[in-house]
Design a binder for this molecule. Sequence first.
Ligand code: HEC
Length: 127
Amino acid sequence: MRTVIAAAVSVVLALPSANAVAQSGDAERGERLFNQQCKICHTLNKDGANLIGPNLFGMFGRKAGAAKGFAASDAMTKSGIVWDDKTLGEYLKDPKGRVPGAKMVYAGLKRQEQLDDVIAYLKKATQ
Ligand code: HEC
């Protein structure tokens, strides 16, 4: 299962994406990106299921690793992170580098506009 997911994720990451001018995040583009790259592991709705990763409803302003009913890693719960635009941007850019030892198998979003877009969407969809 793990290998299948990792393979699916790397295929997605290898797809070319449109060159957009950097600007503040576009929630609609962020939604497409979330559906392609994150939805396989995360739900966003209130009381949504924990999948491979935790449900993300209410995450803004909350401590890392505190999603209800999800067994977060020690690395995540002890990271001291509180989720906001800045910490989320740092984490999603380089999950393994920002929280070494955490269990999210995801390479990271390297382009600033993709980060901005997905954060704009998460903000809308998780509160
Ligand atoms: C292959 C599955 C997988 C994919 C793909 C994935 N995640 Fe995760 N994510 C996880 C897991 C597992 C954790 C829990 C990490 C831990 O506790 O160490 C996590 C944790 C998180 C957290 C921290 C949650 C909290 O309550 O502290 C956020 C935010 C997050 N992911 C967002 C995203 C976004 C946005 C994407 C897409 C850009 C994404 N993830 C892609 C599995 C995944």
